[in-house]
Design a protein. Sequence first.
Lengths: 296, 361
Amino acid sequence: MKLETNTTRARFRAITDNAVTLLAVLATFLVIAPLVAIFVYLIYRGYSSLSLDFFTRIPKPVGEKGGGMANAIVGSGILLALASVIGVPIGIGGGIFLAEFGRGTKLANSIRFTADVLNGVPSIVMGVAAYALIVSPHVRYMPLLGHFSAFSGGVALGIMMIPTVCRTTEEMLLMVPHAVREAALGLGVPNWRSVLSITVRTASPGIITGCMLAFARVAGETAPLIFTALGNSFWSTSLNEPIAALPLQIYVYAISPYDEWHKLAWAGALVLIVLIVLAVSLVRYVTSRGVLKGAS
Amino acid sequence: MIQVPETRISPPQQRHELQSAAALQTASASLKASEIRKFLLQRGNSALADRWFHVLMLLCALSIFGIVLLIAGELAIGSSLSWGQFGFDFFFKTYFDPYTHLPVYWDPVNGHFSALPFVYGTLVSSFLSLLIAVPLAIGVAVFLTEMCPGVLRGPLAFLTELLAAIPSIIYGLWAVFVLVPLLREYVNPLLTGSLGWTGLFSDDNPTGLGFVAAAVILAIMILPIISSLTREVMIAVPHSQREAVLALGATRWEMIRMGVLRNARIGIVGSVILGLGRALGETMAVTMVIGNTPEIHRSLLANGASMASVIANEYAEATSNLHRSALTEIGLALFVVTILVNAVARLLVWAVTRGAPARSR
């Protein structure tokens, strides 16, 4: 019996195989190319327009040279702090429920599914919902409500953090071996204490990185801030007033027709991306090192 | 999966057990046991605290349902005015100017609101971006799982992840200053020249903005999502499938086609739908390059607007209650569509990776 009687067919198969390999390599290059292009251009344009002024001054009116984004950087910090205060505890709590109490139940499965779906809801929709909930002039039952404010922006970002934090917390808690929980319970430690100071603490590096991932994600969000935090070209640290934010300021400057502002937009984008890349690399480092291995 | 034993030991019994356990130990350990006993006596009854803790965590978890309901409720209330005025016609009907006989889709000043051009813009830009992104994403996933040397796999996977972490505003910035000029100078004339006969490409738009620019930047943005999920699904295909096909004398491509892609196809479809969900709702980058004119043109090089972009542009400065309500209704439509699309996608991906071993990175 002869193997491969049809040589043209064998050749055709070999050629197809090589062609597909080539195409896959080409596709990978095509995907990596824009990433490299974005980074190179961002560093090139951003670095040349970065200066000390950028970090210490507030924006100047059109036509005047100089000016910076100090207020936007501080504003972003305030918004993100508020978002973390709202998003992190609730998210971690939800993750604890999914991993420790509801494991395998229908309720937990549906919550997990809803969290994943909520993660895919566009951020602009979150913005519209936050507007209707907090900013809309019809809302007048609390002092912070009824107008554009830093508070509303922080709430919109915080709500966006919850599903991400919840899911990563759950995933990290699931990696904690059962022996650790059983040891704690066997010593007579109450369940809440065992969860908080044994299980959560064991998984804490993973949980922290999960929070940072959510943090990095909302740090670059612009859409939900356009009609909640609104932006501000002056110093403001009040939660009750419109506040500037880095992504918002980049957006306003990028669509403006002024060269001077374009430069500032690039500098702002560079600062933003450096923060985000740092966070993501840290996450990658911690998860790849397998911090949880020591616990088992 | 092992369940944590939930049986509670009553304190006296517990103490007794600890004592008997301590009796087996040496003198130094009995000191520890007495410390534990002191601790146990101090803390009192923990059943109440445990129950409160359970309820608190349950509330945190239920808040996720609460958020979805809250968003849906707020959007429904906010859009009731527009809904009452237009009904379903909002998404289909167009108003024709009595003098020029041209369609007027969106005219806040005169109170004409129709979401048709935005629905059209969202669908066209999303599907065009899928057309670009899906083959590339599958190519990358195939390369990373089946062909790539081990040394490169980690860094390349990291790079595609990084692509997913870049905020949409930075993609937009890059698109406005790099991609759009590039398209305007080189790609658009080429498209017009070679495919102009289809009527889909007529280069009468000097800005370079439009559906093609939006689709390209969207494709770059949804690529990492599709490719990383496709990769996950492909990793979940058991090795025995690959080995069986190879043992029959298949080449590598035949192995990938028959052994991997065929088994993973449901999951791949799921990841593509997930990418579609992301593309439908993408706001900032699209707003910056789509041109923002509420019109419907046959040419893909013409300016347009998407559902997300019109909200981003007009919501903060809406001129009337009806205008704001109409924008909220667009938001509600976007919410419902993305929820459905994401739910379908998750179910498909879940169907494939369900029985898979823990995700290997």
